[in-house]
Design a protein around this ligand. Sequence first.
Ligand code: NAD
Length: 504
Amino acid sequence: MTTHETTGIHARSYQQWIDGSACEAASGARFPRSSPAHDVVVGDYPLADVVDTDRAVAAARKAFDAGPWPRMSGAERSRILFRVADLIEKHKDELVLADVLEGGKPITQVRAEIAGAIDLWRYAAGEARSQHGESNTSLGQHMLGLTTREPVGVVALITPWNFPFVIVSQKLPFALAAGCTTVVKPSELTPGSTLRLGSILDEAGVPAGVVNIIVGYGASVGQRLAEHPNVDMISFTGSTGVGKGIVRASAGNLKRVALELGGKNPQIVCADADLDAAADAVVFGVLFNAGQCCNSSSRLLVETSISEDFLARVDELTKRVTVGDPLDETTKVGAIVNQNQLDRILGFVGGARDDGARIRLGGTRMKSDKGLFMAPTVVSDVTRQMTIANEEVFGPVLAALTFDDLDEAISIANGTHYGLSAGIWTSKYESALKAGRELSAGTVWVNCWMDGFPEMPFGGMRESGIGREQGRHAVEDFMETKSVLFHQGPRTSRWVPALEAGQQ
Ligand code: NAD
């Protein structure tokens, strides 16, 4: 660990985790990560390539085919997963710091994220004990049908940079509860907290080879995992474009694929809503994590009759949001993850201006002596066809459109190729019910935004994904269903006439 002189920030050194041991990459290569808020190196990591990927998959394969984990009782796996949750809690300050410094995210936010992640591990630990199949005794007197559930095998988990520890915790404990073995590849931008999990899992009693953690680039390690003939399932969270590539790459051995992808999520604000609450939620929805959030409510659909008043309220609240050093306890919005991402966001804002939209607030990089910060941005006079109304910006940029009645609002809301989440603010029961039923999204929030619970499934429709994480069925996603049919008594209907006694 090295300490940077002027900031006092420590740079941590990590190792990858394969077959129960911390190790360097086979090539010996390492790479650094600088804090996007402080411009100093905060971590350095072994750079895995295809050789490390194959080693990690081989370890997971061996642990699945011959190791104890898939053969343990649910109760034993549950006990170990509860211990993992306790150890994450014990080491939470270290994990918080890694995600704050590598991701540029506000420390108060990350504390809540890690607490949420611990809750996910505990929820999955409980679920490990309640996985079972079904019996069918209605198949006739001579038949008994059993539906058994078995772990799917070796699962590759690929995660993005924006919520590193939360997202690995939406996948890994559920895969482990099912009895699967895994290879985990975090994003090369924010791998620290995930790499740290290796020794935590070991201390908790997860056997060698059950979880292998390597970090490398998507085009090498990610692609190899998606193509690998010994990987049975891939669970991916990231962009829709890469998700489509993973589906193609997975075709070689027809892996099971679960995808959590992007969104262009609308919040509909009706004239009859509690406008004060709605304005706060709209600002929170688009600025949380500097807008680098799959659930970002990057589209505001506001009823025309109140649009000017409501946007003025949104402007005023937006100006009060504190942007800056993520280590400052009062900061609400931190840094943009890297220069590419900042350029991309500025490109979308420029495009909106060229298309005739109005930049009411922000629209530029913020002046600061260090770090990459984007001014919270509100864009109005947006129409349905504009790029800013359809593409995921992944930055603190709100695009506001107007509607005249709820049918029009729902039509605009459903008018992109995404379908991750959507929300409505209204005091009318009829409007809430209609929106709840007609919005094409995996999650619909009514008079709230981004509330989430391990008990509630999460995922996207259309190009926002395949499958659901969390909730009662999350462990089943990592299991195969098998029908086992038992016949009792003499053969009931012969196919070939029976042999006569003398012919036998
Ligand atoms: P990304 O798609 O660029 O990368 C995600 C992961 O995939 C990284 O680990 C990356 O290294 C890896 N990867 C890149 N190319 C690959 C390839 N060819 N094969 C295999 N793996 C590859 O996404 P990102 O920029 O890290 O994250 C932002 C995106 O993630 C946004 O689109 C966001 O909406 C989405 N996201 C979705 C959810 C959700 O739950 N639906 C949650 C968070 C983020």
